[in-house]
Design a protein around this ligand. Sequence first.
Ligand code: SF4
Length: 63
Amino acid sequence: MKTIIDPEACISCGLCIQTCPDIYEWGSDNLAKVKVDVVPPESEECVREAADNCPTDAISVEP
Ligand code: SF4
């Protein structure tokens, strides 16, 4: 699984970083960014949760 954040849509609420700190982090531009190339299996559930709960639907998930 891969996950992508649309920087145009992120409003820096921090929810994804709270939900899935192994996968998302703050970038130097104060927007959330993805810190892994491939999501490890044990983090797939929290990535789905983060994508579902992002208030601006900025997070996408690819199989
Ligand atoms: S949950 Fe969405 S809007 Fe909030 S920091 Fe993460 S990507 Fe940005």
